[in-house]
Design a protein around this ligand. Sequence first.
Ligand code: NAP
Length: 286
Amino acid sequence: MTDIQQARLMVGTDLARRLTESSAAAAADILRRTGTAPCLATVLVGEDPASVTYVRMKRARCEQAGILSRQVVLPASVSTAGLVETVGALSADPEVHGILLQHPVGAHIDERAAFEAIAPEKDVDGVTMHSFAAMGFGLPGFVSCTPGGIMRLLDEYGVGLTGKHAVVVGRSAILGKPVGMLLLGRDATVTYCHSRTADLSSIVRQADVLVAAVGRPRFITGADIKPGAVVIDAGYNPGNVGDVDFETARLRASLITPVPGGVGPMTIAVLLAQTVEAATRQLGLG
Ligand code: NAP
C-alpha cells in the first residue's frame, strides 16, 4: 500500500506569533529610547458587527505588543467631509504613528477620499494610492497587510518565486491586485483571474504558486491544482472555510495554508510590524 502524499502546512499562526514578538521587542525599545510608545489610531464608522470585532481584535493585539491604540468611533451617518476631517486630524497628530480606517465605511461615503486623507507615512494598512504605487514600482513603502503576510509566509517556507507561474484568483484593491504586484516584483510570472476570466480551471492548473482570493467557499478544488503547487488560501468565508477545498487540494499541493491558521493571522501581525516601523521612522530612530 502506498502512502498518500499530503502537502506540508504553511502555519501562519506560528510565523505571526514570532513576528508579533519581534514587533513587541521593537516597541519596547522605542519606548525605552524615546519615552513614547508606538500608537495606532483605529477609525470605525458605524456598528457593523464584523467591523467592530475586527477592530477589537486589532486593538487587543496592539495592547499585547506594547502598541498604544487610540479608537475613534464615528456614527454611521458621518459624511465624507466629516470622515476626511477626522482622518486628516489623525494624520497631523504627532502622537499617532499609524492609522487604520476600518472598511467598509458605508455606501454614502467616498471611501477613496477617506483613505487618501491618511498621510503616506502613517498608512500602515497600505490602503492609499501612494502605497499602492510604491508596491507597483517596487519602492519602499507600506504594503497591504494580507499580501504582505502572504509574501512573508512564502519566504518563511523557502518558496522560490523567480520564473514561477503565479496565478492569483481575485483582483481586489486590498488583496488580489497587490499580491500579484508583489509576486511580479519577485520575478514570478503572474496571471490574474477574476469573474470574467474564460476557462479559469485551465489557467489555475498551470499555477506553480496559486493565490486564492475569491471570497467563495471551496471555490478551487484539488482537481484544478498542479501536482506540487504551492497553494495560498487567502479566503475566509463563514464557518472558517477558505476559498480552496483543503481536503482535496492537500493531496496535490506540496505546501498549503490551512484555514483558519494560515494567511489570516498574518494580516494583523503585518499591521503591527508596519505600525512599529512607522513609529521608528517618525521618531527619527531609523
Ligand atoms: P472581493 O473584493 O469580493 O474580491 C473578490 C475577487 O474574486 C474579485 O476580483 C472577483 O472578480 C473575484 N471573483 C468572484 N467570483 C469569482 C468567480 N466566480 N470566478 C473568478 N473570480 C471571481 O474580496 P477580497 O476582499 O479580495 O477578499 C477575498 C477573500 O479573501 C474573501 O474570502 C475574504 O474574506 C478574504 N480576505 C481575508 C483576509 C485575511 O486577513 N485573511 C483579508 C482580506 C480578505 P471581479 O473583480 O471580476 O468581481
